[in-house]
Design a protein around this ligand. Structure first.
Ligand code: FE2
Length: 192
């Protein structure tokens, strides 16, 4: 039986997300169902101990909440001070969902159009959107590059689910030529 909104928690999410990855190997189905479940998580407040999620003056803070033992998904929380933003980045070939627990984020989405060489790629900016509290968005390769920014003068907490543990991703730096970017790998860890 489906849990009601006010008692949904991370354990419920992990149970339901595990059932999703066991039901289908298709990323398009997994990301669609993951976005629905992240929506349930961010519409519930009681499960997350926000006092343990400390922001960082230099960049957004990154906390691990759960990692599937078979590496079929992970759940993290990002903690943003107002105005903090990511560089333009991808997600190492996997799908992702972002949900806003508190605050608001601006998302700029990009599509991978053409790999030009080992470290050069053409991207197309597909649009900008603002994701408000209790709302979600998703990414699926080749539409898997974006910039996230804490929007407005409020801090933000966002919940992210990826299709595997994200140990590294590519950062994209714009070249003079329109829509062409060079790539560099960045290893990522956790604040805790
Ligand atoms: Fe991202």
């Amino acid at each position: 039986m489906e849990k009601t909104q006010d008692c949904y928690n991370l354990t419920n999410f992990v149970e339901e997300m595990t059932a999703v990855v066991e039901a289908s190997l298709e990323d398009v189905k997994r990301v669609k169902e993951a976005e629905k479940l992240v929506g349930k998580l961010v519409r519930t407040k009681s499960w997350l101990q926000t006092e343990e999620l400390i922001s960082d003056d230099d960049h957004y803070a990154r906390y691990s909440l759960y990692h599937d033992p078979q590496d079929r998904f992970e759940v993290i929380a990002l903690v943003w001070k107002p105005g903090q933003r990511t560089p333009l980045h991808d997600h190492d070939g996997t799908w992702g969902v972002e949900g806003v627990f508190s605050g608001r984020i601006k998302v700029d989405n990009y599509l991978q159009v053409e790999k030009i060489s080992d470290d050069e790629i053409k991207l197309f900016h597909t649009g900008s959107l603002t994701v408000s509290e209790q709302s979600t968005a998703q990414l699926l390769p080749p539409a898997d590059c974006h910039i996230l920014e804490a929007d407005g003068d409020q801090p933000a907490i966002t919940i992210h689910v990826y299709g595997k543990r994200l140990k590294s991703f590519l950062i994209y730096d714009a070249l003079d030529e329109k829509d062409i970017y060079t790539t560099r790998k960045k290893d990522v860890g956790y604040t805790s």
